[in-house]
Design a protein around this ligand. Sequence first.
Ligand code: C2E
Ligand code: CA
Ligand code: CA
Length: 556
Amino acid sequence: MLKELGVMSDFSIGDFGPLLDSIPSYVFVTKPDSFDIIYSNSIFKEHFSDNLKGSCYGRIKSFLANQSQQSGSSDGTFSGADFYCGVCDKWFQIYGKTISLPDYGEVRLYTMEDITDKIEYEKEMERHTLFDSVTGLPNRKQLDIDFQDVVRYAENDNQDGMMLFLDIDNFKIVNDRFGYQYGDILLKQIGSFLSTLNKFGAQSYAFGGDEFLILIPHLSVNNSGKIIETIISRFDDSWKLDDVMYTTSASIGSAMFPRDGSSLGSLLQKVDMSVYKAKSEGKSRLIEYRDTFGSKISRHMDVVKAMRESVLNDLEGFYVAYQPIVSAKTKQVESVEALMRWKHPELGNIGPNEFIPIAEDTGLILALGEFVLREGMTKCKQWVDKGYIRHLNINLSVNQMVCDNFIDTVKRIIDETGVDPNSIVFEITESIAIKDINAMNEKIAQLCDIGIRIALDDFGTGYSSLNCIKDLPLGIVKLDKKFIDNVSNNNLDKTVVMSVVDLSHKFDLSVCAEGVEYNEQYGVLKDMGVDLIQGYLFSKPQDTETLENEFFAITN
Ligand code: C2E
Ligand code: CA
Ligand code: CA
């Protein structure tokens, strides 16, 4: 057996034998030119002496010959060369040196370590640094590596490739409502779906959080239309998160390379702008990059930054304006609606239609929402006590309501301000109501138990308004301004308003018309039985001083 390994018997290691047998490394000595073994220690013999493993030595031998040629050093010294043996599927690190023995002449002494575990560990670590731990998709680092090749490929062939940036809409809601485990399950599922796009030639990457990137290398080879269609139709379906079925939309931005840029940085900036545009146009859509996006985006960044700063500074610059809502019959002030305002020292007045969606996206709506609750309830207490109003309306946003501690926050502020909950109306939109009708129904029922009334805001702008009237414990329906604008001269709008009034009254709900600007509108609405009127005809939203000194003082 030892012969097969080329071990010669006329060489003796002398007194060193027992010492070398006791160390945990493979030690062997070879002839200087042929690399035939003339000595090996016992662990070497153990490992390499069976037939199969014996053939390993053939490989080691040619590796050693190669190394001593490459090492360039005349004595054939080399240290720490890594060698993989395919026969035993192991990695070794070999150190070699030529030495001269007094009784024998020149020999080569080698020591060899089994570093298989270490190499595997390194590979595992590398996998960790290049792959996203939640989804298992390649990560941003891997994209850095791949992108060079992909863009070169496109440039060489004079072809465009496409980059898609996908951001899950309202992802925070999953975490807030069901907990982080469910958020992770959703990300995993989306990740594994995106990895199936490989079959169309697209490579997907996870960017951490709820962001994904998809590279389509070559538009003439890979069918981008098919890929996009596959993504969009998958998001029409729901995802199974353990015991819950969850539907979510995604906003997607796209850019072409090299058309829109050939560096990764500039392309990422462009897909980011496109996603932002998709979000600001109502989410759940794909927007392709255009050169004209720039200025709007930097405004968005400025507003986000300013809002974060203000939230850290007790919401400096934010205040609440109140718009009176009057009884259609008596024109007496029935209620006021709290509407948030923001005056920034550099950016000027920023309207709620601009800052509310940004606050929703960044999660800052929770701070803003709590601010309006506190301000509104404080004023409500004062004005009800003085007999100025009977109710005060506060708008709620979906992200506020889905928070686990929402009801507790409401109760706490009621206690702090001493307001009578029966004088509070919360305005919710249909999008809140249909989000998860059962969960919302329960929260709304809890609010009703406290004594708070619910108004359905912007009625008629969505698709399931009628279902909401039927299914939710509402008190008031607020007809959107778009039905009111032409109510005095358009028969269709008149019919719609009339039907809503009839239906609402059948369900014992009051109807409020929003955006009433002209006397003719008021007349028609009053005749149709609308209960409450809100609009510039009676008053624009006012700050508290103006309202107290000019409006309440006159009307009461
Ligand atoms: P909304 O809840 O439908 O509020 C009514 C909007 O119509 C207000 O716009 C009000 O100023 C405007 N309006 C009232 N009467 C008339 C009229 O006769 N003519 C015209 N042209 N407009 C009229 P505003 O204050 O700009 O608020 C816009 C939206 O921002 C609100 O729509 C609401 O969705 C949101 N918002 C405002 N404050 C808050 C808040 O504190 N929390 C939340 N979640 N949303 C808020
Ligand atoms: Ca409202
Ligand atoms: Ca409204």
